[in-house]
Design a protein around this ligand. Structure first.
Ligand code: I3S
Length: 128
């Protein structure tokens, strides 16, 4: 369910467009369905918005757009996905609740940056 306003994160570390598919829900495997999402890394969460038709927003949060979903990164595991897709530049995220996502970019540099930045948040939360 979408986060309540009080849950909305404050410090945006990174935002951008990525291809996304959820591949498991509560440990139960799902059929892949790739789609384009606007992804925001802020606070302890990765927040997904519907892709915007047209140019990227000036601010991180698409005006008049509610998040589709968000992921709590505490205890999550992130790794490069080597054999989980025929696509290049894919990362695999698994939450403590057993939800799993693949995120993909056509740009290797972009996916590396997402990988490092999300990893940084997970490490920070591990130390708390
Ligand atoms: O891992 P899979 O099952 O080979 O993933 C592919 C399929 O989900 C496919 O959908 P259908 O099985 O409904 O045709 C998708 O269109 C592909 O994109 C999936 O593979 P990639 O390699 O793109 O993650």
């Amino acid at each position: 369910s979408p986060p309540r306003p009080s849950d909305l994160p404050h410090e945006v570390e990174k935002a951008g467009q990525l291809n996304k598919t959820k591949i498991a829900e509560g440990g139960r495997k799902l059929r892949k369905s790739w789609g384009v999402s606007w992804v925001v890394l802020a606070g302890n969460s990765l927040v997904f918005y519907k892709d915007l038709k047209g140019p990227a927003p000036a601010s991180w949060r698409p005006a008049s757009s509610r998040p589709e979903s968000s992921v709590d990164l505490r205890g999550a595991v992130l790794e490069r996905a080597r054999d989980m897709s025929s696509k290049k530049n894919v990362i695999h995220l698994r939450t403590v609740t057993g939800n799993e996502f693949l995120l993909q970019s056509d740009s290797e540099a972009e996916i590396q940056d997402w990988h490092q930045t999300i990893k940084g948040v997970i490490r920070r939360l591990d130390r708390e």
